[in-house]
Ligand binder design. Structure first.
Ligand code: B12
Ligand code: SF4
Length: 518
């Protein structure tokens, strides 16, 4: 009792920097969604939950509110990815000028600590379940370290229920939870296994159910399970899915889940059935390439065990939409890869494919190999859509950028996207819940979509939206909700791709006519 009263109350301000526009930020449709941001960054509510209750924590996600540089805080903590580098440094600099103690953690700090040393006061490398509470204890004594590194991976059983209550939840479309960290595979380009390890570590079923219930109580209906690979440990994943299916059944299926999985999910009927039963409606899968030599070269052997198209179609037949991660620029890719990728994505009926150029992230085996071969021209900017830091082998840099720019243009052209979307909706297995206009909020949403994608849109956009919805209504009315969602997503993806294409054109011009040597 006496010792407790001696503990100084520390005021902590945790900041997630503004996202630069990317494939996933969906900036261009946020007004239609009536939201400021699609997903909150889970690291902030997690670090807040790791903070002993005697301290005060305020969260600031710059994507939904401005940073308060005059905040009354003892410690300012910043999170972020490589894409946030510039903004992290700006925010850190501004707070340090104001005399605050600035600490940083998250994927950028973990992967590129040298870029932050000297620019923040305390650095957290890797997961912070044990190091953040330790720092706060040491801060209380006045003797803390400039750097905290977590070498042994923490048990997920020690990861607390994130403080979702500190988020401005109504400003997001979807909330995020995490069941597992780590992935058992060894893809050469992957920084996930560098940061989170190869042994999948999972939370317990009661932990996850408590998180799901907390989000449900906040009135949110969509949850993204942000695992590196949700099925890294299949046994644990199945146990969780069975419990989630019960939870959903008892409450009338109030939640829709999406997550990230490896393609071998398609080989396990029980797993697919359980995912469907728990109402997982979308999975993101790193397929990377239809070319076996490119998969073999990058160690993506788990994608070489059967027919790729068949695997994708099996997942879709279970009622689950597949979003894909695809990569061009492997050593085995020559200039014909762009057509091959295009045909595959069309045939696979994958409307949303995050197709990017191969990048070598720091500390990955790919980075080491290409560095040794003198084939790295810079460090990665963290966004595979706009730049690659590697010198390709099977084609020139010019061919890579030009072929890639054309591929993006083809993929998101109205006609091609429409074909994929329609093919998916006509063949996808039934959802567990294909509710249309289930709530009053859905009606308002449809009204906003109508306004932004039809009434106030170009004739082409209006026709695209109306014809996709009308054809679905005629041929598969149960998929009407998917049609509206896919039409809306196309607006962001199409506009983002045109913007990206212009950025790529500038790079292409620079490669064609390099600036004169001085
Ligand atoms: C969910 C997710 C997304 C979601 C949601 C993003 C969001 N708003 O959070 C979406 C789909 C939008 C997304 C998009 C992108 N993502 Co993403 N994403 C993830 C994923 C799968 C999970 C992130 C997460 O929530 N983790 C859970 C939290 C709890 O873990 P954590 O952040 O590591 O936090 C722990 C520690 O790091 C530490 N910590 C974190 N912050 C802080 C701060 C302080 C002060 C302290 C003390 C400690 C601390 O404490 C936590 C507990 O241990 C990761 C993979 C991964 N495992 O990290 C990729 C990942 C972060 N994404 C990545 C990338 C490249 C992107 C995109 C650029 C892709 C693209 N080209 O469009 C975009 C960028 C979008 C943007 N501008 O925000 C990369 C980042 C690479 C890097 N090293 O920077 C990752 C690592 C995946 C990868 N290897 O490709 N992403
Ligand atoms: S399957 Fe995905 S997360 Fe796992 S090692 Fe490969 S790229 Fe990384």
């Amino acid at each position: 009792m006496f010792a407790r009263s001696l503990v100084r109350r520390v005021k902590i301000y945790l900041v997630a920097p503004r996202n630069p526009e990317s494939f996933w930020t969906f900036d261009r449709i946020l007004p239609s969604l009536g939201k400021r941001c699609v997903f909150p960054n889970l690291s902030l509510p997690t670090v807040a939950a790791l903070t002993p209750p005697e301290h005060e924590v305020v969260l600031c996600d710059e994507n939904v509110e401005p940073v308060d540089f005059d905040v009354d805080a003892d410690i300012v903590g910043i999170t972020g990815y490589v894409v946030h580098k510039r903004r992290i440094l700006e925010i850190a600099g501004e707070f340090r000028r104001r005399g605050k103690l600035v600490v940083a953690g998250g994927p950028f700090a973990s992967l590129c600590p040298e870029e932050l040393r000297g620019r923040v006061d305390v650095l957290f490398l890797d997961e912070a379940e044990y190091t953040w509470p330790r720092f706060l204890r040491e801060y209380g004594t006045g003797h803390w370290q400039p750097e905290y590194r977590q070498d042994d991976k923490p048990s997920m059983l020690d990861s607390p229920l994130p403080r979702f209550d500190l988020l401005k939840v109504d400003r997001y479309r979807t909330l995020t939870i995490q069941f597992a960290r780590g992935c058992p595979y060894t893809c050469e380009f992957c920084d996930i296994i560098v940061m989170y390890g190869r042994r999948p570590r999972t939370k317990s079923v009661p932990q996850v159910l408590a998180e799901v219930s907390a989000i449900h109580r906040l009135g949110i209906g969509n949850i993204f399970v942000v695992d590196d690979n949700f099925i890294g440990n299949k046994r644990e994943a199945k146990a969780l899915l069975a419990a989630l299916a019960d939870w959903q059944r008892q409450r009338g299926y109030p939640l829709e889940f999406m997550t990230e999985v490896s393609l071998n999910v398609a080989q396990d009927d029980e797993l697919l059935a359980l995912m469907k039963a728990a109402n997982f409606t979308t999975v993101f899968v790193g397929i990377e390439s239809p070319r076996p030599a490119s998969l073999a070269e990058s160690g993506k052997t788990q994608n070489m065990r059967g027919d790729l198209l068949e695997a994708v179609h099996r997942i879709q037949a279970a009622g689950i939409e597949v979003m894909a991660g695809m990569i061009v620029g492997f050593d085995s890719d020559d200039a014909s890869i762009f057509d091959e990728q295009f045909r595959f994505i069309q045939d696979a009926r994958i409307p949303i494919s995050m197709t990017g150029m191969l990048n070598a992230m720091p500390r990955t085996p790919l980075h080491a190999r290409l560095k040794a071969a003198g084939r790295l021209i810079a460090e990665s900017v963290g966004d595979q859509f706009v730049f690659t830091n590697i010198v390709p082998r099977g084609m020139s840099r010019l061919e890579l950028y030009e072929g890639y720019r054309r591929l993006l243009g083809r993929l998101y052209a109205y006609r091609n996207y429409r074909r994929r979307a329609m093919a998916l909706m006509l063949t996808r297995g039934r959802h567990l819940q294909s509710r249309l206009l289930a709530e009053r909020a859905d009606i308002a949403l449809v009204g906003r979509i109508l306004w932004n994608c039809v009434l106030r849109a170009s004739p082409r956009r209006a026709w695209f939206t109306l014809s996709l919805v009308a054809e679905t209504a005629l041929r598969r009315p149960a998929a009407l909700r998917d049609a509206i969602t896919l039409a809306l997503m196309h607006k962001h993806l199409y506009e983002y791709m045109r913007h990206t294409s212009r950025r790529l054109e500038t790079l292409i011009r620079e490669i064609r006519t390099p600036p004169p040597a001085v």
